[in-house]
Structure formats: C-alpha cells, structure tokens
Design a protein around this ligand. Structure first.
Ligand SMILES: Nc1ncnc2c1ncn2[C@@H]1O[C@H](COP(=O)(O)OP(=O)(O)O)[C@@H](O)[C@H]1O
Ligand SMILES: [Mg+2]
Length: 235
C-alpha cells in the first residue's frame, strides 16, 4: 500500500497509489459512475453503499451528514481537521488492519469535503467477492458448520489487535463463497495497535443483532450458536 494525501481548498482525498491514480471528488460521485455504466448495484444497509466497477469491483459508501458534519464545521482549521474526519479515520483504521493481515476489505480511497458550514465524505473499499452479510445468511442458505467458532475466533483476533468496533452487528460481518469471514464498517471504530481491548460491549451488540435477524422460533439453535461463538472467543 502507498497512501497519498491530496488537499485542495474545499476537499481532500487519501488513496492507495498502488491501486488507483489520483482521484478527484468525481471519483466518489454515484452519478459519475452511473454515467459511465459502471454502477452494478446497491447494498442494503443504512442506505448508501453502491457497487461499482472502477474497473475491479469496489464498494462506494457515502457518510450521511450528522453529528460529524456539525462538529467538524465548527473547527475553523479545516486542514488539520481533515485527518480527524470520519472518512479519513476509517480509511486509516482499515489500512492498518489490512496490513496486519486481519480480514477486512482493502481500502481504496476516502474523500472529505467542506461546503460552507457543513462537511461530507465518502470511502471506497475493494468489494469482497461473492459475499453475503451474516444477517442475510441466517435466513438464506445453510450456514457452514463451524461458522460460529470461526466467528468467535475472528472477533477475538480483532480485539487482541486493539480494535474496538463501534457497531458490530450481523450486517457488518461478511461471509464469502469460501466461508471466510470479514469484518466491515469501521466508521467510528477505535484502534490502538497492540493494545487488546475489552470486547464485551461488541459481543453484546452482536448478540442483540443476531437475535433480531435470527429466524423466528429457533431459540435453541440460537443458544447453541451463541455458546459456540463465546467458547471460541474465550479460548
Ligand atoms: N467491501 C465490501 N464488500 C462487499 N459488500 C460490502 C463491502 N462493504 C460494504 N458492503 C455492503 O454494504 C453494506 C453497507 O456497508 P457498511 O460499510 O456496513 O456501511 P453502513 O452500515 O454505514 O451503510 C454492508 O452491510 C454490506 O452489505
Ligand atoms: Mg454497516
């Protein structure tokens, strides 16, 4: 990976120069890719993730304006604020995790924009081929045997590495065709490399999410799955 940062008056990008040439704000625009017939789909989530061929499959996500924009725009020193912006932070966290060999999509680029009193941003990551979210897999195909043990171990690895996921739910876990597990969505995540974190809160959040997506009436299967996950996590 070769991270390059480029700053203009009202926007800045960070990108992996091993993957792409310098991207301007257009590169993060859905209309831009649509007009080039490069938009291949949309993901279910909080509502703004698109599948794009740049070429090569990537996922483009826009940050919804919220607390982030409000807080950010109060800072008059835009240029130092940029590195602390949510897109830039998420890009950095993902690249550090990726370089450590943890199972996350490789980040491609992030954009932070400043318009008058508000800010917006986007991030692009490589798409995990033939993947489904864990939430979808619960209701669709049979889950492969051992998936709960693998997931428990996987989450443990992240916590041991120093990663606190801010929203570990069943839609932020991907399974690919080879049953490999990936964590995604590191918006607001906290990463202190080498400092193991207490993952209790993350597990609690995940448990709640699983009960929400679990097929109705299958309580004992849920309990067994969760016990397997916890046992693998605790080992
Ligand atoms: N790298 C990726 N590969 C495949 N699908 C992805 C990838 N990143 C995100 N997605 C899909 O997009 C959805 C939304 O992305 P996510 O990063 O969770 O953002 P948010 O939850 O903020 O909308 C995910 O639940 C998943 O279905
Ligand atoms: Mg998500």
């Amino acid at each position: 990976m070769k991270h390059e940062v480029h700053k203009e008056k009202s926007w800045a990008v960070i990108y992996d120069a091993c993957l792409i040439d310098f991207p301007g704000p257009d590169f993060f625009s859905v209309d831009y890719w649509r007009s080039r017939q490069a938009l291949t789909g949309e993901a279910v989530g909080r509502g703004s993730a698109w599948f794009v061929e740049i070429p090569g499959p990537v996922v483009l996500r826009h940050y919804l304006r919220g607390g982030w924009a409000a807080k950010f725009s109060r800072q008059s020193y835009f240029f130092t604020g940029i590195t602390r912006s949510r897109p830039f932070r998420e890009y950095r966290v993902m690249s550090e995790l990726f370089e450590l060999g943890l199972p996350v999509p490789r980040p491609v680029a992030a954009l932070c924009q400043h318009h008058g009193v508000t800010s917006s941003g986007a991030i692009m990551t490589t798409r995990i081929d033939s993947s489904n979210t864990l939430a979808d897999s619960l209701n669709g195909d049979e889950l492969v045997k051992g998936v709960w043990t693998s997931l428990g171990r996987c989450i443990r690895r992240f916590h041991e590495a120093g990663l606190w996921h801010a929203d570990l739910n069943a839609r932020n876990i991907l399974l690919d065709a080879e049953h490999r597990i990936f964590l995604i969505d590191f918006d607001r995540a906290r990463f202190s490399p080498g400092k193991p974190v207490n993952g209790e809160g993350n597990l609690k959040r995940l448990r709640r999410s699983l009960t929400k997506f679990w097929p109705a009436g299958d309580v004992s299967a849920f309990q067994s799955a969760w016990a397997q996950l916890e046992a693998a996590y605790d080992k």
